[in-house]
Every structure is written in C-alpha cells, then in structure tokens.
Design a protein. Structure first.
Length: 374
C-alpha cells in the first residue's frame, strides 16, 4: 500500500506549503516529458494522488486514520488528477498553483495558458434509510464541456484564432492617462480581445466562439453507507471544462438527509422509544420492534425503570470509513400507566395495592384520597 507522505518525501505533520513545495520538486523530476524512465508515468500518477489527497483536509484526515482503502469506503475519488493524461509540465503547474513553471517563481498569467475549470456544487436529498445503507443514484448536472465541434478553440472548422494585434497576444496593454499631476501609466486588459490574447474572426457556430458549451450530463453516483447531512463527495474533473486545454474542475455533492419519523440519529447510533405496561416492567417481557434491519425481538428485563434503555448492539448506522462496523440501536423504555381498565384488572390492582401497602380493608384508594382532601 502506497504511503503518500513517503511518495512526496514529507513528514506526517507537514504543512500545505511544505506539501506544495515537495510536489513541485518531485513533479519536475518524474514528469514523463522530462523523465523517460519506464517507471516515470506510474510515479507521476502516484505523486498526483498523494498531492490531491494531502491538500484536501477531509481526505487527509480520512487517509491518516484509515489509509487508501478508507478513502474509497468514504466515497472519495482515488484515481488522482492524472488518471486521464498529464499535460505538459507548465500546464500542470498552471493548473495546480496558478502559474509556476520551471523557473520556480510566480509569473503573470499567460492568457493562452491552460486554466483550470470551475468547481461545481450539487445538493441532493436522501431518505433516512438511504443514507444509512447507501445506494447508487443517477444524478444530472449542467456543466461546461469542451466543444467537440471546434475542439475547444472557439474557431469555426477550417479556421483558427489569430494573435491579437493590439496586445500582441499578451491580453494586456499599457494605457497612459494625462492628469493635472502628470502622465499616469497603468497596465489594463486589452479592449480588443478582452484579455484572451487572440481574436476569433470566424467563431464556431456550436459554442459561439467560447470553446465550451453547457451540456447536461448523467452520472451514476455511488453514495456510501453511513452518510449524514453535511457529508460531501468530490467527483474529480466533473466540474466545468478548463480553458485552453486546462483540466476540468471538480463536482462537490453535498448530502442532506430527511429526518425519520421513527428513528433519532446521533452519530452512528439510532434511538427509538417504546411504551410498556407496569406488568411488563415488573415481570419483564420479549417484544417485537422495528429496526433498520427489519423486525426484531428485544428482551425487556424484569424491574426495568421508566427512562432506562435496552441496547441492540451492531444494529445502528454503518461507520462511514469502515462500513463493517455499525453503531447501536438504543431503545428507550417508557412505562405507561393505563387509564381505562376492566373490572377484573381493577380487582387485581386493588389486591396488589393491599399486598404492597399492608392495608386489607376494602375501602378504595379513591375514597381514601377523598378523605385526605376534605
């Protein structure tokens, strides 16, 4: 099993800045365009997986506790950012760090450089039992995909974008303004190409020259057992397509769980309530209750008191990081005093009262109380 910290050459308490620095160093060493060794491609993919995991607080916490298997069980995408290709090294640094190339220092963003697409968010609602046991659900998203007609260039077939003559392809121009204090010079976005650095004279009819277009996509989403309200799932590269060949953003799915009319959930434990009669409380009983796994018999011990609980171990919610471990089903017992009883029951209760109180006269309890409050 791979050790992500060892792959990047950092300690387990490394900061994000240390992780970034280590990734830049290792990426220059193992990128397949630079290193022609047979194992370079595999090592570079491992670098991407390690970096992506350790830079995400939720994924890093899960990895630290349960390892790579724990990430998969928690529903995280573990393929890494380079599962479908690498791009050149400058593109990698541009996508990950906003523009760090071989020189190692920041530079002004080239308008024609690859730019990562935007992340998207989708909120979905689950029934209580769906969240407990997990499911596979088809979701639909609207996101920007690279236009297949023009292959993302924005130009009509047979043509291509041309360098903007106003800014020379930089996307920025120097503007000088005359003021009472003298001439003031500043760098502004090119008004001709709007910062793109290129001009499309004959735009693609399918995307109107944007290079991307909105597409509805269906995704089979595997929701793991044990999710709860606020749980997030990250689907790598399912956000908006990048610009100029940049990688796509990610899709974040946020879970909302409907409350149950029967169960109350606390972490991985569930609670229910049942009412029993005084006789059941005194003598004990075996009763059938509804559980997450169907109807089950539960033993009520004799002498149980109002508000005490009976625990069904392992009948609660699966642990999100380790589904084989489940919480408990805790049954809180209430003792319900009957309000309507038969003559036979009344006689038995009267006899019980006489036994427990030591009074053997036949005066009813009601009559005795009347005497107290005269």
């Amino acid at each position: 099993m791979s050790d992500y910290y060892e792959i990047l050459g950092v300690s387990k308490d490394a900061s994000k800045d240390e992780i970034k620095s280590a990734f830049r160093k290792m990426a220059r060493k193992w990128h397949p365009d630079v290193n022609k060794a047979p194992e370079a491609e595999a090592k570079f993919k491992e670098l991407g997986k390690a970096y992506e995991t350790l830079m995400d607080d939720d994924k890093r916490a899960t990895y630290d506790r349960f390892g790579e298997d724990g990430l998969q069980n928690a529903g995280f995408n573990t393929q890494g950012p380079f599962a479908n290709g690498f791009g050149d090294l400058d593109e990698v640094f541009s996508s990950f760090f906003g523009g760090f190339g071989f020189g190692g220092g920041s530079r002004r963003q080239d308008p024609n450089a690859p730019q990562r697409g935007d992340d998207l968010r989708l909120d979905i609602e689950l029934e209580f039992e769906e969240a407990v046991f997990g499911l596979t659900r088809e979701i639909k998203i609207d996101h920007l995909e690279k236009c297949s007609t023009c292959n993302g260039t924005g130009a009509k077939s047979g043509s291509k974008p041309t360098t903007c003559k106003t800014c020379g392809g930089t996307g920025r121009v120097q503007q000088t303004t005359k003021t009472v204090l003298g001439h003031f010079t500043q760098i502004v976005t090119c008004p001709h190409c709007h910062g793109k650095g290129t001009i499309i004279s004959d735009p693609c009819p399918d995307c109107n020259g944007e290079g991307r277009k909105s597409v509805e996509k269906k995704i089979e989403l595997k929701i793991p057992a044990g999710v709860d309200t606020g749980s997030k799932m990250r689907l790598s590269h399912e956000g908006d397509a990048g610009i100029n060949g940049g990688v796509a953003g990610d899709l974040y799915v946020v879970i909302h769980v409907k409350p149950s009319m029967y169960y109350r959930r606390e972490g991985i434990n569930v609670f229910t309530k049942i009412d029993i009669s005084p006789a059941q409380a005194v003598l004990g009983d075996v009763i059938t209750i509804k559980t997450l796994d169907g109807e089950k018999e539960v033993s009520i011990p004799s002498g149980i008191q109002h508000g005490e609980a009976v625990k069904l171990r392992g009948a609660g919610v699966p642990n999100l990081s380790k589904p084989s471990l489940r919480g408990d089903h805790i049954v809180v017992v209430g003792i319900k005093t009957p309000t309507h009883i038969s003559n036979e029951e009344k006689t038995l209760y009267q006899r019980l009262y006489e036994i427990q109180s030591g009074r053997k006269n036949k005066e009813s309890v009601k009559e005795r109380l009347k005497g107290v409050f005269k």
